[in-house]
Design a protein around this ligand. Structure first.
Ligand code: ADP
Length: 455
């Protein structure tokens, strides 16, 4: 835009420059020729008074020397008849027709102009000097002006390109920096990032507004997290009481349909309870208070027990343990690792409603233990595979049909990372395989507390 504007401005300037130069040249020429016409007029007074054509012709003949660009000239008497005539060698005659008013007049046609100058003596009109002059230098002047204008225009464009390039680098660099941070924010969901900029201009205003907006988002997120923490905490106690009474009722009620009503209510209360536990975990992660209770335990036992307890409640699915047992004792928080396994298993069942099999396997790879839960259900699109570990993220293909809150995997990822492990997805043609790894040795630096863990 800058270069484009500069080109237009330069173009206009040079056009004005060329036009003014040409019109200057024309005016100068007219002034000179008017002077010559007046001189001829003064010198021809006696020739006219004494009717001396030859003398008048001689005067006109001097034009050859003093004004070679004059093509035709004539002295007309007071009636407008030709008294004496001149034509440049090689040129034809020219019939001057006097303008209606008998005044000193200049007329331009193409590259030629006509000058009419009255001959007056003692206030008595004696005749008119007519000159037809060629502006033969005009084309040369035009050509040289265009050449100068062209060279300056090119130099101007080059200069404006250079300035634009320097200015653009200074502007673009900062804008690109802003865009990079924006991308990072949208990819990582980390709203604590900010852009540094020390200049004082419009871009700095934009950057400042962006930083202020991020600060505001952070404050709002913090308020939201606080609210979630307080609300789930406050809900937990009454819900535990409700659940306890429902369990008593479930034990003592024998009659239908009351028994069925109690069971249904209990199921829903359990779901509500799970949500509250998830929300409490999220708020613990946010405030860095998700502590681990580290112990030694056998991973095979944990896997088998979890599968067994799932198999009791899940009538439509068969959960199979695949591969050899690995006989591995690991150092970790048993309850939290069980929470990860439970979440992966319940997802595998939930997101494969029309399939029967869910496979669980465990293997050792160097100093790591890898547990995999595979289903053959709806799968996860490639572009969403990293996003499912974000808070409240639910994939597009299931978000309406299958209930959930998008918290489980976020919590799983944090638990695994706190154990110095990794969690990942493989989802190709059919179904999904979630795997998580845990270090089996040197697992002393497990993160018990601290900030929320990010990728
Ligand atoms: P929730 O299941 O409560 O929505 P999660 O955090 O456990 O929350 O899962 C996040 C999202 O990841 C789910 O909403 C679902 O879209 C997707 N997802 C998780 N596990 C599977 C799976 N086994 N198959 C297909 N999609 C899954």
């Amino acid at each position: 835009m800058q270069v484009f504007t500069s080109v237009i401005v330069l173009g206009l300037c040079f056009t004005a420059f060329v036009i003014s130069h040409i019109s200057d040249y024309k005016q100068r020429k007219v002034r000179t020729m008017t002077g010559i016409a007046q001189l001829i007029g003064t010198n021809s007074i006696s020739a006219l008074e004494f009717d001396d054509n030859e003398a008048a012709k001689k005067i006109l003949g001097d034009l050859q020397k003093i004004s070679p660009e004059t093509i035709n000239a004539a002295i007309l008497d007071k009636k407008g008849n030709v008294f004496a005539e001149y034509k440049k060698a090689g040129e034809g005659s020219y019939l001057f027709s006097l303008p209606s008013q008998n005044k000193n007049i200049t007329e331009f046609t193409n590259n030629k102009f006509l000058i009419f100058s009255s001959i007056v003596n003692n206030n008595q009109f004696l005749g008119t000097v007519c000159l037809r002059v060629e502006l033969n230098e005009l084309n040369t002047i035009k050509a040289s002006q265009y050449k100068i204008a062209f060279v300056l225009l090119i130099a101007g464009i080059g200069l404006s390109f250079l300035i634009a390039f320097i200015v653009q680098r200074y502007i673009s660099k900062r804008l690109l920096n802003l865009v990079t941070v924006m991308k990072q924010v949208s990819e990582s969901g980390n709203y604590k990032l900010e852009v540094q900029d020390n200049y004082k201009d419009e871009i700095n205003t934009l950057i400042r507004v962006f930083n202020e907006m991020m600060e505001q988002i952070n404050i709002n997120l913090q308020k939201k997290d606080e609210f979630i923490g307080i609300a789930s905490h406050e809900l937990k106690t009454p819900l535990t009481t409700v659940k306890a009474y429902l369990e008593i009722l479930d034990n003592i009620e024998r009659e239908e349909p009351n028994k069925q009503y109690v069971e249904k209510t209990l199921d829903n209360v359990k779901r509500l309870e799970q949500l509250i536990y998830d929300l409490l975990d999220v708020s613990k992660i946010q405030s860095g208070q998700l502590y681990l209770n580290i112990n030694e335990f056998d991973i095979d036992t944990l896997i088998d027990e979890t599968i067994a307890s799932f198999q009791i409640v899940s009538r439509d699915h068969i959960i199979k343990r695949m591969g050899e047992k690995i006989n591995q004792v690991i150092i970790a928080d048993r309850q939290r690792i069980e929470q990860v396994l439970v979440n992966l298993l319940s997802n595998a069942i939930k997101y494969s409603p029309h399939e029967r099999e869910v496979l669980v396997s465990a293997r050792r790879k160097k100093s790591e233990l890898i547990v995999t839960v595979r289903d053959f259900g709806i799968g996860i699109a490639k572009e969403e595979q990293n996003k499912v570990f974000e808070r409240f993220y639910r994939t597009r293909n299931n978000s309406i049909l299958i209930s959930g809150f998008g918290l489980g995997l976020y919590i799983c990822r944090d638990i695994v990372k706190r154990h110095n492990g990794k969690i990942w997805i493989e989802s190709e043609n059919k179904g999904t395989a979630f795997s998580f790894s845990l270090p089996v040795q040197n697992n002393k630096n497990i993160k018990n507390q601290g900030e929320e863990i990010k990728d």
